[in-house]
Design a protein around this ligand. Structure first.
Ligand SMILES: [Zn+2]
Length: 220
């Protein structure tokens, strides 16, 4: 691994999407300042984003800006109502994330399902979007992008015929097609989201793909 990756890698380990109560024994001490609020989106950019969602045939509800304390907030956020494929557990998402995610579902996850399995997806299962997670549970710890409604975790896929496969079992599993599919949708995510983390990134992501819109440009 090139040395230059280490700073961002350590940051990502700290900034990852570790639900409270999971993997606490692995958590390293963190001495980072509390993250700033997610970069603001101008009114014009938000309107454009919402127009893009409508143009994509997405049904959504615009959410009022909210601040939840602890540095957590959800600004310029929407609640996706219908994007053409049912996705479980979606809460508030910043509009650019919602747009990138809706396109990833339609243009990547569904297209790859047809290509790989010869059938569409019936459903995608997520672990959620907004969650106020001070990553290591310590005051002063860096917030996950989930604390800004700027990340989504994808855990499983269900095909039209009812076949269900998870990131956790499928990524390193014996089913070649599932392995290929999961890598295809993961890798395509890297061209659409700011940061993509999966089972190869670290143990925290062994059971889901983390997609966020941070300006990290990191994919693993
Ligand atoms: Zn996550």
């Amino acid at each position: 691994m090139p040395m230059r990756i280490w700073p961002i890698l350590s940051l990502l380990v700290l900034a990852g999407c570790i639900p409270a109560g999971r993997g606490s024994e692995r958590r390293a001490p963190v001495r980072r300042p509390v993250a700033q609020a997610a970069s603001t989106l101008s009114d014009a950019a938000l309107r454009q984003c919402q127009a893009d969602l409508r143009r994509a045939g997405v049904s959504f509800q615009a959410l009022p800006d909210r601040s939840f304390g602890g540095g957590c907030d959800a600004t310029a956020a929407v609640k996706l109502v219908a994007i053409g494929t049912p996705v479980t557990n979606l809460g508030a998402m910043r509009c650019p994330l919602a747009l990138a995610f809706s396109r990833w579902v339609a243009q990547v996850a569904q297209v790859e399902a047809e290509r790989t399995f010869g059938q569409p997806l019936r459903r995608i299962e997520s672990f959620g979007t907004y969650a106020c997670r001070p990553v290591n549970g310590q005051a002063g710890g860096r917030l996950s992008e989930h604390g800004h409604a700027n990340a989504v975790d994808i855990a499983a896929f269900v095909l039209a015929d009812g076949t269900r496969f998870t990131v956790k079992d499928g990524w390193g599993g014996v089913d070649d097609r599932v392995r290929r599919y999961l890598r295809a949708v993961h890798d395509a995510g890297c061209r659409r989201f700011g940061v993509v983390l999966g089972p190869d990134a670290n143990a925290y992501h062994r059971d889901h793909f983390h997609f966020d819109m941070a300006s990290g440009g990191y994919c693993r």
